[in-house]
Design a protein. Structure first.
Length: 382
């Protein structure tokens, strides 16, 4: 495995947990306010009049709102969402994100943002946004659910304060498997007080037995002494079966050469898929559009296809009948992810053929040329 890739899998101070959402919530409680994924979330988590930004999925939104309510505050006033500047463009430019941070910087304590936006597949500029947040003395947490195992990450080098992710997407460990999180060493140090009493000094955090020092863990003296690094934020031991599946997946990544060669293939295979889609009749007829950024460096291994109204159910049924499994996001988006670890260029070609046929049937069904019944069943008629 290359040195850069060890930053992603070995040098990350990983700690496992049953859900990355729980870990995020545990870390965010110390802020006065906070920010979330394709949106910005500001949450007043203390009596200090400060805020936070976000742009993420429902799970993070719920975690943020629950913390706000836990502190007897109103999410409608303490939570701010970053939205695209226009309805015609679903992406969030770096300039737009920085402008929102600038607008609210004086009242912001915490920013929560996605490394890759789950709906559009946009890869945000993590180093630039992190540096900008720090220039305003704002703590920033990244949701890397769609980025880990998808794009190279150098969290320590980018000076990221903290990050969370699941492992059932690109890391292939399966639903419900262990999540992980990163805490920069600047935020996870454990030192000894200068008073000569040997007392350990560390930043306040929600504490769990599994994060306490192993040498004194079974002393049962009710003194929490956290392990330095992200491991000190663990709440309980992880499931051995879950960790086994994750470890097996990471071994495959290592055998494939790590993230550097996988990213190189990802750029090529995603561009190939895009080129095929741009050259079918349905695209020229504006039956669908690609809402993922065109810039290869501004996306991961995902293209989000936005269909015309009323086509999604029939298209999804048509793809299923042709042996293709993709993801839908209602009301009209299909997410296609040519994962470089196991997908081939031939897979992309076969998908586009199946998609083209399914779209043709859906358009005919909408026009009454064939009969579509129910939400998922398609009855072809002569």
């Amino acid at each position: 495995m290359e040195a850069d890739d060890r930053d992603q899998f070995s040098d990350w101070e990983q700690a496992r947990a049953s859900s990355s959402e729980q870990l995020l919530e545990n870390r965010a409680i110390y802020s006065s306010r906070m920010l979330v994924k394709s949106r910005v979330v500001w949450a007043n988590l203390s009596h200090v009049p400060r805020q936070t930004h976000q742009a993420s999925s429902n799970s993070l939104q719920f975690a943020a709102e629950s913390q706000i309510l836990h502190h007897n505050l109103d999410p409608s006033k303490s939570l701010v969402t970053i939205k695209p500047p226009s309805l015609a463009n679903s992406t969030l430019t770096t300039d737009h994100i920085l402008s929102v941070i600038t607008e609210h910087a004086s009242t912001t304590a915490l920013i929560l943002l996605p490394g890759i936006q789950y709906y559009t597949g946009q890869l945000l500029d993590i180093p630039a946004i992190t540096a900008f947040a720090h220039s305003h003395s704002i703590f920033i947490i990244w949701d890397l659910a769609h980025a880990v195992g998808n794009v190279p990450l150098q969290l320590h080098d980018w000076n990221v304060d903290a990050a969370v992710w699941c492992s059932y997407k690109y890391l292939n460990s399966g639903p419900g498997a262990a999540g992980g999180f990163f805490v920069h060493e600047n935020n996870s140090k454990v030192s000894t007080s200068e008073g000569g009493d040997g007392k350990k000094v560390f930043g306040n955090r929600l504490s769990g037995w599994w994060g306490s020092d192993k040498s004194s863990r079974f002393a049962m003296d009710n003194r929490f002494v956290p392990i330095p690094g992200a491991a000190g934020f663990q709440l309980s031991n992880p499931s051995i079966l879950d960790i086994t599946s994750l470890a097996a997946s990471l071994e495959v990544f290592e055998k494939a050469g790590g993230m550097r060669p996988l990213r190189e293939k990802s750029l090529k295979i995603t561009a190939y898929l895009e080129n095929l889609l741009l050259n079918i009749g349905a695209y020229e007829e504006k039956v669908f559009e690609i809402i993922t950024p065109k810039d290869k460096e501004g996306r991961g291994a995902q293209l989000s296809l936005k269909l015309k109204d009323g086509l999604l159910d029939v298209v999804m049924k048509g793809l299923e009948e042709r042996g293709v499994v993709v993801d839908e996001r209602r009301p009209d988006v299909i997410r296609v992810a040519p994962a470089p670890l196991y997908n081939s260029f031939g897979d992309c070609w076969e998908f586009v053929e199946a998609f083209r046929e399914a779209v043709e049937v859906a358009v005919k069904a909408k026009g009454g040329e064939v009969k579509a019944e129910g939400t998922r069943e398609l009855e072809k008629t002569s």
